[in-house]
Design a protein around this ligand. Structure first.
Ligand code: MN
Length: 650
């Protein structure tokens, strides 16, 4: 265009020079014609001027319409190949120009408001987002704003490939039959054949139906390979196979359930396998009959878990653990025993027994107590302070930190998360950590444990320690008072042998009795004061019976101590028709907590996990900041309903 104007300018100069020379010629030779000629030339020039104006105006119009003339054909080709279009708008957000790119789709928005194209565009105009992906007439665009221009890039192909890529990305999983070996060990051929057709075959069929690759890696374990698309399908049907297997196991009168783990979110196969393995361990540690989903960079997700953990009957593991723990203690320079904050009877009882085990193995040990001791435990402790202080070393966390070296073994009892510990700093620094707990694993460890012994079927840690002591072959090292504190821990954690009590619990109790535990003394440790009784009665007045045997107690008259809350929750389970209880109260000025208990049909852990808490199947808790009792109760009721709607086992 500019070249043409340049040419035109030159032609005009020639023309005007010509006219001037012609005028001079006529002036000298045909003077009388001069006026006429000048008039003709004037008219011609006028016509020419009009013509030029018309041509230039049309050129400008064409320039508006044809991108080529503005930015040159190379850029237009580039935009075509890149499939980019653009539009500009005025200060009133009305479109005043759209590039030819949109003609292909018959999209013409000139004169319309920008937001009428797609409501989401408002976000980019307000500066809320930098770019945006929208879909128009089945074409996907990425939009970016540069001052008063919006660029549209057609990303249909990319997003289709992206979707395909996601759908095809590999998911690796493990499927494990819990208790399979124990169940088939002493069975007849015929029963084993029934187990295989009723339990193993449905899993194989399920995998086949969904297009998964399945390989048996152990008698009770399959490796599965699938892709994200298949995974979505089985997730959408909420791992229906779990229910199917649970039902056929009940039908066959077997304690077999499925535990599964799936890992995704990376292309590194080694990492996927490792994650699937960890996931399976988590699912099993939480009691089995559930699915753990490990997505790289995200929190582990769980599905299912409607069975109470089955007791594992074989004690081989106890022997192996006893041996390993003993070896760890022996090769350490000293031992630091940490418990959860507000140590209860289970925590203190197991700490005392661990401390005595260390003494028997002639190792220095200390028990951290600076995280507080629960009220009734504290009363029992004070009553026997002289005896206990003569036989154990009780320290604060900072004292313990001073004795921490590279060869120190830290033993975590009755908890497995650093954040719950009365020795969090110790855990963060320790080189060797051994965890002994009976709470279902919820989150991943934030530290690298040397040995983990978590048995969620066990009533208490004192039950585990009673067994460990016997297998370590150490005798006569516990006093009657220490054994009584251990027994009290077992009584509290089983709510007087009502919950989570297996044959092994009674065996452990019998062993403690043998060591001198006094049930009568244990009972008096647990006697409450009249004030406590009155408070509990007052709290119980707020109980509301929901459907399905669930009782919820929102209490906001005053602050409650956690043990009171759990006692009330426990007490409610003593009423027939009550399957689960939730006590909600303020535990400090700005925090409100829930203490929940269940008789075993309703998974309170599952419900409180959704609210950010944890625990186990029959006992769980959660704490929230800056929320009222009323608000938390409402959330809790919603989660309870959701649990029931989603097929909770009630
Ligand atoms: Mn406990």
């Amino acid at each position: 265009m500019l070249e043409r104007l340049e040419e035109l300018k030159l032609q005009l100069v020639y023309l005007l020079t010509g006219e001037f020379i012609l005028s001079l010629f006529i002036l000298f030779f045909f003077e009388r014609w001069l006026l006429l000629v000048l008039s003709i030339l004037g008219v011609l020039n006028f016509v020419l001027l009009i013509a030029i104006i018309i041509v230039v105006t049309r050129g400008v119009k064409e320039r508006m319409l044809h991108l080529t003339r503005v930015v040159g054909s190379n850029v237009k080709h580039a935009l075509d190949i890149g499939r980019v279009g653009f539009l500009s708008f005025d200060d009133q957000y009305v479109v005043d120009y759209t590039s030819e790119f949109f003609d292909e789709f018959n999209l013409d928005w000139v004169g319309q408001r920008v937001t009428s194209i797609h409501p989401q565009i408002g976000q980019i105009l307000s500066g809320e987002v930098n770019h945006l992906a929208i879909e128009l007439e089945e074409v996907k665009y990425e939009i970016k704003r540069v001052s008063n221009t919006l660029f549209f890039k057609d990303i249909s192909d990319i997003s289709r490939i992206q979707k395909q890529f996601l759908e095809n990305s590999v998911v690796i999983g493990y499927i494990h039959f819990d208790n399979y070996e124990e169940s088939t060990q002493y069975q007849e051929e015929q029963t084993i054949a029934n187990i295989d057709s009723g339990i193993r075959q449905p899993v194989i069929d399920w995998a086949k139906k969904n297009g998964m690759f399945l390989r048996r890696v152990k008698a009770d374990r399959f490796l599965v390979v699938l892709n994200e698309k298949i995974f979505k399908n089985i997730l959408n049907e909420r791992f229906e196979i779990l229910n199917q297997i649970r039902e056929s196991a009940t039908h066959l009168d077997l304690a077999i359930s499925l535990s599964m783990a799936f890992a995704k979110g990376t292309t590194d196969f080694d990492e996927l396998e490792e994650l699937a393995n960890q996931g399976l361990e988590l699912a099993q540690n939480r009691g089995g009959d559930q699915v753990a989903i490990k997505h790289v960079g995200r929190q582990t997700q769980y599905f299912g878990g409607t069975l109470v953990a089955n007791e594992k009957r074989n004690k081989v593991k106890v022997r192996v653990m006893a041996q390993s723990i003993k070896e760890l203690i022996v090769k350490s320079s000293n031992i630091i025993i940490v418990g959860h904050k507000e140590m209860d009877f289970d925590c203190m009882g197991s700490a005392l027994s661990m401390s005595r085990i260390c003494s028997a193995l002639q190792k220095q040990s200390s028990i951290v107590t600076s995280g507080g001791i629960e009220k009734m435990m504290k009363a029992a402790f004070d009553l026997h302070a002289e005896h206990l202080q003569g036989r154990h070393t009780f320290v604060t966390e900072s004292q313990a930190l001073n004795s921490l070296n590279d060869n120190t073994l830290v033993i975590m009892l009755d908890h497995h998360l650093a954040e719950h510990s009365n020795g969090e700093h110790i855990i963060n620094k320790a080189k060797h950590i051994c965890v002994i707990d009976h709470h279902r694993r919820g989150k991943d460890f934030t530290f690298d444990p040397t040995l983990v012994y978590i048995e969620s079927w066990s009533s208490s840690v004192v039950e585990l320690l009673s067994e460990l002591m016997q297998y370590m072959g150490i005798r006569n090292f516990m006093s009657s008072i220490e054994s009584t504190i251990m027994l009290t821990g077992m009584i509290v954690d089983t709510n007087r042998f009502r919950l989570k009590t297996s044959s092994r619990t009674y065996e452990a109790a019998a062993y403690l009795r043998l060591l001198g535990a006094e049930p009568g003394d244990a009972d008096s440790f647990l006697k409450e004061t009249y004030d406590d009784f009155e408070l509990k009665t007052n709290v119980l007045h707020h109980a509301q019976y929901l459907d399905n045997g669930i009782v919820i107690v929102p209490y906001d008259e005053q602050l409650l101590a956690r043990p009171v809350m759990s006692m009330v929750a426990d007490q409610l389970l003593g009423i027939s028709d009550v399957e689960a209880s939730f006590v909600i109260a303020n535990v400090s000025d700005n925090s409100v907590a829930i203490s929940a208990r269940s008789r075993g049909k309703f998974n309170v852990q599952f419900v409180l996990e959704k609210l950010g808490g944890g625990g186990h199947y029959t006992a769980a808790a959660v704490q929230k900041e800056n929320m009222s009792v009323e608000e938390l109760s409402q959330l809790c009721i919603e989660e309870i309903n959701r649990y029931i709607e989603n097929g909770g086992n009630i």
